[in-house]
Design a protein around this ligand. Structure first.
Ligand SMILES: Nc1nc2c(ncn2[C@@H]2O[C@H](COP(=O)(O)OP(=O)(O)O)[C@@H](O)[C@H]2O)c(=O)[nH]1
Ligand SMILES: [Mg+2]
Length: 392
């Protein structure tokens, strides 16, 4: 990754990177409009393709008599989905100035010259084509729901990075120019989701914007989905707070499940102590599965075996619950706090203790790993810690 810029040709020019997934019917018009818009400039179009249809063949056919160089990089193993594709494009680009745009013509190629001109003013590393500045709009987003979701996600994201994103009204767009020499290579993660957001948050880049009209998709279907939305929230949480926020989210879901189960059981007439015990056990197992999968997934390989991890986690949570229940009883019986409120208070306190125990004990690296890693870590100047602590 470090030799990225030395591999590049240093004449001014730009690579237009287009991630594609089953966009066969849009390629011809895209290539023709991009070529027209950038006629007379030194450019190439690089498709990074994860299609399951014949999009790559279509691209190759069109490339053979296109007025500009057109390349396709088909990935048999589409790691990291859309974000991964963009990262590969940026690494593989012939020029340092990379412009990323969608392949469905929702991003008007006619805006490309303006973006390059803005970059050539020389005071900016990233030019964002924004749906949200004067003259821009997002009417092409199918339906009010998607407009709402998109706006909401943008607002949430900006609220989480108020300083870094102060100059970016549309940090989630897929239409932007970036001079990759200005980007911290670690900002280009192969599994990055919203790659522009990664770049803006993890690198110290100068941002400028041009307004854009977000159009309608020309042919084919959108790949945006509810699952991608969830993946985005997860990604955002990780980018901002690291592990603790994910652990907190899972803890909160678990706590909610705990309360719901307890409410349901007491509702059908079960003694609240028994209801609390059953709710606690169900939640403990559920949380373990979720934290293995989502919170500590990158630490599992270096930690002890899953059996040991489960035993430690299960024991800790049961000791905690065993302590919590007499305290709960004291709060309810002695202080006359409602059983639900008492359970909620005890769950919040328990959360912090639980997070510390899991990150420091359950998922601690095995001794052998620890020795090699500490040597590596010294060499890298404790970069791991900085990353674990969050991005900004
Ligand atoms: N290479 C690659 N491209 C993708 C993938 N998912 C979506 N795309 C492309 O990314 C662009 C935006 O996707 P689209 O489905 O239009 O999302 P929407 O505009 O948010 O509805 C299009 O050019 C898609 O073909 C993927 O997994 N891999
Ligand atoms: Mg689209």
């Amino acid at each position: 990754m470090d030799d990225m810029s030395s591999a590049a040709i240093t004449v001014p020019g730009a690579t237009v990177i287009v991630p594609t997934f089953n966009e066969r019917d849009n390629i011809a018009e895209l290539v023709s409009r991009v070529s027209d818009a950038l006629a007379g400039r030194d450019i190439e179009i690089l498709f990074v393709d994860d299609s399951s249809d014949d999009t790559p063949q279509v691209i190759r056919t069109i490339a053979s008599d296109a007025p500009v160089p057109v390349r396709v990089l088909h990935r048999d193993k589409p790691e990291g989905g859309l974000g991964g594709a963009v990262v590969e494009g940026i690494r593989d680009a012939r020029y340092d100035v990379c412009i990323v745009m969608d392949g469905d013509l929702q991003h008007p190629p006619e805006l490309l010259p303006e973006m390059i001109d803005r970059y050539e003013d020389g005071d900016t590393d990233v030019v964002v084509a924004s749906r949200y500045v004067g003259g821009g709009d997002s009417r092409g987003l199918a339906g009010a729901v998607r407009v709402g979701v998109s706006r909401g996600a943008t607002t949430l994201t900006k609220a989480m990075f108020p300083i870094r994103l102060s100059g970016a009204s549309d940090p989630m767009t897929g239409f932007f120019l970036v001079d990759r020499r200005a980007v911290d290579p670690s900002a280009l993660r192969p599994n990055g989701f919203k790659i522009l957001l990664e770049i803006l948050v993890r690198s110290d880049v100068r941002i400028s914007e041009v307004p854009m009209q977000f159009g309608e998709r020309l042919h084919g279907e959108s790949k945006a989905s509810f699952r991608q939305g969830l993946a985005f929230l997860k990604h955002l949480a990780r980018l901002r707070f690291g592990k603790m926020s994910l652990f907190a989210i899972i803890g909160a879901v678990g706590a909610l499940a705990n309360l719901v189960i307890m409410w349901a059981l007491t509702h059908v007439g079960m003694e609240y102590i028994w209801a609390a015990i059953i709710a606690a056990e169900v939640t403990i197992v559920g949380n373990f599965i979720l934290q293995e999968r989502y919170v500590f997934n990158d630490m599992r390989d270096e930690a002890s075996t899953i059996g040991v991890r489960f035993a430690q986690s299960f024991t800790f949570n049961n000791v905690e619950a065993a302590l919590r229940i007499p305290i709960l009883a004291l709060m309810v019986e002695g202080w006359h706090i409602s059983s639900i409120l008492a359970a909620a208070i005890s769950l919040v306190v328990a959360f912090f203790v639980r997070f510390l125990f899991h990150s420091l004990v359950v998922y601690a690296p095995r001794r052998s790993v620890r020795v090699t890693r500490s040597a590596e870590e010294r060499a890298r100047g404790g970069r791991l810690e900085a990353e674990a602590a969050g991005a900004e």
